[in-house]
Ligand binder design. Structure first.
Ligand code: SAM
Length: 328
């Protein structure tokens, strides 16, 4: 298979090394640093399969199929571009592409992710669905938090009048609401449909403790996955331990999050080309925050983008929801 891939400057080795260094200095690791290498991509997929409601046969998977049918059923005649922001393995985007194919629509696919292995995995998964119908695939590797006007770029790639479905699956949990909006803003164009998924607060849970969902994070799969970053930057795994707790986002919407932090039990010095970062014993390095929403908070999150939720598929027991949004 042969595709023309677009590699943005934000993922160049120099840019990533600088961003990684900044993360260590600020003591806060952006989610993107947990997916980039083949080992991280593999461990994340194992975690996802083991504990995510959409990764377990039957559970929340149907939500994605229903959402795909619904959005494709609303499209006018003509071609469609599916943009998968933070596409991961592309498995959920493929449901949208399948729905296009079932309706005889020519679909193009733009898988976008910071991880080259995952972008290519998504492109490979989508190829039989897209290329058989005469569609094109443009893999894009970029840091979605980097400044860039992607809307103008993708519009220039497709014929005028092509409908657009933007998926943002698994991203509301990974990015703080303000950061998520900034990413979407760079890609959205008037007339785009947007499909988001959110990890929901478990039914009956007030949102402060999130005790019911902690086992989805505090497990060996997550520990192994997050440890790769530590090992790669030279933090000995004997120097501390991971702890998980809950906190509330201070902006809008004020969603709760499960946070994973590495707590140093002994001093550690990390030397890099940029200099030295020194962690005292008892200092903490924030490794991950996973945001959980109430369904109405998803509407609140997209409202500043001029978007509103027009349909949703929610499984509170599985703790997952898919939301279809449109402008106006
Ligand atoms: C939780 S996974 C979701 C993957 C897929 N959409 C799904 O729902 O199964 C988050 C994805 O977002 C990507 N990602 C996280 N932060 C990113 C960033 N700043 N820029 C680009 N991709 C990012 C990761 O590489 C990963 O593939």
């Amino acid at each position: 298979m042969r595709w023309t891939s677009h590699i943005h400057g934000s993922v160049s080795p120099v840019a990533r090394a600088a961003a990684r260094w900044q993360a260590l200095v600020r003591r806060q690791v952006p989610a993107s640093f947990h997916y980039e290498t083949p080992r991280q991509a593999r461990l994340w997929r194992a975690l996802h399969e083991a504990v995510s409601p959409a990764g377990q046969a039957g559970a929340a998977w149907g939500l994605y199929e229903q959402a795909a049918e619904a959005v494709v059923g609303r499209l006018p005649e003509g071609e469609v571009l599916v943009i998968g922001l933070g596409c991961g393995s592309g498995r959920k985007d493929c449901r949208v592409l399948e729905a296009c194919r079932a309706r005889g629509k020519r679909a193009h696919y733009l898988p976008v992710d910071v991880s080259l292995p995952l972008v290519l995995t998504a492109a490979e998964a989508a190829a039989p669905l897209v290329e058989a119908g005469g569609g094109r695939i443009w893999p894009v590797v970029t840091d979605l938090t980097a400044e860039e006007d992607w809307g103008a770029w993708w519009q220039a790639q497709v014929p005028v009048g092509t409908a657009c479905i933007l998926t943002f699956y698994g991203m509301l949990p990974s990015l703080a609401p303000e950061e998520a909006r900034a990413c979407l803003q760079r890609w959205l164009r008037p007339g785009c449909w947007m499909l988001l998924s959110a990890n929901l607060m478990p039914a009956g849970e007030g949102g402060e403790s999130l005790q019911g969902v902690l086992p989805q994070y505090d497990n060996d799969f997550t520990r192994q996955w997050l440890s790769v970053f530590l090992e790669d930057v030279g933090v000995p795994l004997s120097s501390g331990s991971l702890r998980f707790f809950c906190e509330r986002y201070k902006g809008s919407p004020s969603v709760p999050a499960v946070v994973a932090e590495w707590q140093f039990h002994e001093p550690v010095e990390i030397r890099g080309e940029e200099g030295v970062v020194y962690y005292e014993a008892q200092e903490r390095l924030r490794m991950l925050a996973s945001y959980r929403y109430l369904p109405e908070q998803v509407a609140e999150a997209v409202q500043p983008l001029g978007q509103r939720v027009i349909a949703s598929w929610v499984d509170r027991d599985a703790g997952e929801g898919v939301f279809l949004c449109a402008g106006g």
